[in-house]
Structure formats: C-alpha cells, structure tokens
Design a protein around this ligand. Structure first.
Ligand code: AMP
Ligand code: GLY
Length: 426
C-alpha cells in the first residue's frame, strides 16, 4: 500500500529528501511543510511552520500521513518527534532528549569527556569575565562557541585576542544568538581537514554513510564568517577505508555506547562533524539530523529506496537491511548559491534566472532553499538560495558540471564559493 509522506522544513536538504522520496515506488502523496519554490514542483507545499508541532500533527492526522520526516535541527531539539509520538503518528528521528547531543554543546562535550571520545579540550562558562580570563590564559588561536543552536553561525574561530574578546562580547553581552549564547564553550583550535560523518541508526544497528565534506566558511580559502555550509563533496577521496574504520571505532561506536549508558534511545541520523588532526579524528560537534548541504550529495548518491531506510530506522530492523544499502558509483558535488552578505545581513526579493539552463547540464539537479514563486517568477527569499548538485564519474567531473550549472544562474548580488572540493582534487 502506498504511504503518504510529510517532510518538514524549507531548505535544500528538504528539497533533496523530497526529490529522493518521490522516486520511491511505495510513496503515495508527498507534502512538504512549509517547503519552498522547488518543493512546490514535486510535492504539495503546506503553509505550516517547522516549529508548529501541534498544527503539523493535526495536519498529519487529517491527511492520514503514514510517515513524517522532519529535516531541521530546531524541530528535533524542540521535540517534534515527541509531539508526533504522543499523537500516535509515525515519525522518523530523535526525540528531544536524544537531540540534546546537538542542542547543547555543553551536554555533548560532557558526554565526550566521560567516554573519552576524542575532541578539543574545552571549558564552559556562563559569564563573560571568566570566559575572557580563560581565553587570555590559553592564548590564540582559540575557538568560541555559543552553546545552543545558532544556525551554524555561533562559532568563532579566533586568531587574535581582539577577535576572541569581540566574539565573547557578541555572544554573551550583545546576545546576537539570543539564548543560544547564555552558555559559552571555549575550546582548543584543531588543525586539519574536516569531515562530515553520517550514521543512520535504529538505536541498535547503524549504517555508516560514505564520508562527505562541507565548507563552512563564507569565502574562498576558508576565509570569512562561518555559515550553515557553502558546498559539499562525497565521497571524500582521501578519507580511505582505514580512516573511516578508525572513525567508526573511535567516534561512532563509543558515541552510541555513551548514549545507551545514559539510557538515551537515539533513533535517526547521528552526524558528527570531525577534524582529522595529526593525532587522529577529533569531534567538532554532533548533529542529530542530516547535514545541509550534506544531505543533497547523499541523496544524489544513494541508490537504495530511502523510505526503506527511514522505516527500518523507526522499526528497529536496520540490522536486516544495512548490508544491502547501495550507493551509486562516482562522486557528487553541491555548490550553494547564497544571497550577497550572507551569513550577515542580506536582501531578498530578487528575481532568479537561468535555472532551466542550469538543469540542462548533464548530471545536474538544482535544489531550492530560500526561493519562492511570485506570479510564476522565482524570487530569492533567504540566505542560502539554491543548492546546485551534480554527479560525475570523478570528483572533478562532478565539480565541473556543478560549476558549469552555477554559471548559468543569476540574481542580484549572488555569492558562491569557487573552491569547493579543490583541496580534495589530485
Ligand atoms: P561547529 O558548528 O561546532 O561544527 O563549528 C562550525 C565550524 O567551525 C566547524 O565546521 C569548523 O570549521 C570550525 N570549528 C569549530 N570548532 C573548531 C575547533 N575546535 N578548531 C577548529 N575549527 C573549529
Ligand atoms: N552542513 C553542516 C550542517 O548541516 O550542520
């Protein structure tokens, strides 16, 4: 019997999930709440916000939705899964308790500390003065983070004391991240290339996805402020099986063990962000959901019906399917096109042109994030506007195709990084 599915979110991650789920032979009607200009073409957009859990649950009941897939971190951290479960609705992902591993950096750092999971040395502060004193004592480079959720923008990598003082000031005094900054984590700077690890679990068995890599800084050469992510590649050619095995043993397994020891049932996607340092892999942070734009490259590469995976994660049957998960050969790349100024202030409401031309490039799918349709004209409506994804036989093919497509798209002030995946070529 066909299952009607509701996806919750409005980013390119959710567009990519919708694109993949729409290909399942088992899917019936597909809804996205609230969706965007891209999801409107594949699914019915429902004008209910990501955080309106009771309204979403009422909608799911009314439409007899068979499965709800939330995308964004704030929905999980806010307890969307708990609300749906309380209404006896079938929903995928971690509960509020389990999503703390992402929602509170103080919680996740303590968990890593207790279980000896490699991570940066750190201290947690609830006031600015002792945080500053600690920073002065440790010296630079140093990393300062708002403890709560801050759309990927609450992290400050500081190379001078002035920058560090400014960061503490923004987080704790000016409160630019609001309550996310009531606690601040100050941690050791880790050097090395970054990796995104995705492990889908049912609370017992898990499936480790191929390694992917995001590029968090706004500008080429990893300069500028941190963003939600400006571009991804997968798989990462240098993250060889031995590296993945060591990450599995040193990070993934002990994290699941540590959650179990605390009596926390984690079902859904665990996404540790890592740095590969000279001392081995170290965890930068945990996420309790798909990355955005990591999800886009995964959906392009996954051959298996993703509905089977979501259902196995809910029904605790992953052990039976995990060996049959198939990935397409080759590579995927995803370039984010953002509004000028993002992640700081930016303007919206500009017409977007060239998407059809971009889509005609071989191997390319354009996922939408901050877009909306206004009298049939696509307009910009957010910071990250489009995710241009491509697959290819080699990483270079995938990147060349994605950039060729990016070159065909225009709107006023657009901005993208020109060096996604560069360091992994050759
Ligand atoms: P997070 O949200 O904690 O993953 O941090 C966002 C980005 O900031 C990461 O993807 C890294 O690029 C950078 N970052 C965070 N923590 C550190 C650290 N301890 N050392 C170096 N870079 C970091
Ligand atoms: N791309 C990183 C994240 O979704 O947090």
């Amino acid at each position: 019997m066909a299952i009607d599915v509701l996806i919750v979110g409005s980013g390119a991650r959710e567009h990519a999930l919708a694109w993949k789920i729409a290909q399942s032979p088992r899917v019936g009607k597909l809804y996205v709440a609230p969706g965007n200009g891209g999801t409107a073409a594949l699914a019915e957009n429902v004008p209910i916000g990501v955080m309106e859990f009771e309204k979403l649950a009422a909608f799911a009941k009314e439409k007899k939705i068979g499965l709800t897939i939330p995308g964004p971190d704030d929905a999980f951290v806010g307890g969307i899964v708990d609300v749906f479960k309380a209404h006896k609705l079938r929903v995928w992902g971690p509960t509020k308790e389990a999503a703390q591993i992402e929602g509170s950096k103080a919680f996740s750092k303590q968990l890593m500390d207790e279980s000896k999971i490699p991570t940066a040395k750190f201290a947690v502060f609830t006031a600015a003065a002792p945080a500053l004193a600690y920073v002065r004592a440790r010296g630079v480079p140093i990393v300062i983070k708002a403890s709560g959720l801050a759309l990927g923008k609450g992290v400050y990598v500081c190379t001078t004391l002035e920058e560090a003082e400014k960061a503490i000031n923004e987080i704790m005094i000016e409160r630019v991240h609001k309550d996310a900054g009531s606690e601040v984590v100050v941690e050791e700077f880790l050097d090395g290339p970054e990796l995104s690890i995705h492990a889908l679990t049912d609370g017992s068995a898990y499936v480790l996805f191929p390694p992917s890599q995001d590029h968090k800084a706004a500008l080429d050469g990893d300069e500028g402020k941190n963003t939600g992510g400006m571009g991804t590649i997968a798989p990462v050619p240098w993250a060889k099986p031995e590296i993945m095995a060591s990450i599995d043993v040193k990070v993934v397994v002990p994290t699941f063990e540590a959650l179990k020891k605390r009596g926390v049932l984690f079902q859904g996607l665990l996404f540790p962000g890592l740095k590969l340092t000279l001392d081995g892999p170290k965890v930068l942070e945990y996420n309790a959901r798909f990355g955005d734009p990591e999800c886009q490259v995964y959906m392009r590469l996954l051959k298996t019906d993703v509905l089977d995976l979501f259902e196995a994660s809910i029904d605790c049957t992953l052990d039976a399917v995990r060996h049959s998960v198939e990935w397409n050969r080759g590579f995927a790349a995803n370039i984010v096109i953002a509004s000028g100024g993002y992640p700081e202030e930016y303007k919206t409401g500009f017409p977007i042109t060239g998407i059809d031309e971009a889509r005609n490039v071989e191997g390319v799918i354009v996922f939408h994030a901050g877009t909306r349709l206004e009298n049939d004209q696509l307009m910009t409506a957010g910071g990250r506007v489009l995710s241009v994804s491509a697959v290819g036989g080699s990483l270079k093919d995938a990147l060349d195709r994605a950039y060729e497509a990016v070159g065909k798209i225009h709107f006023e002030g657009l901005h993208f990084r020109r060096d996604i995946g560069q360091k992994s070529l050759g």
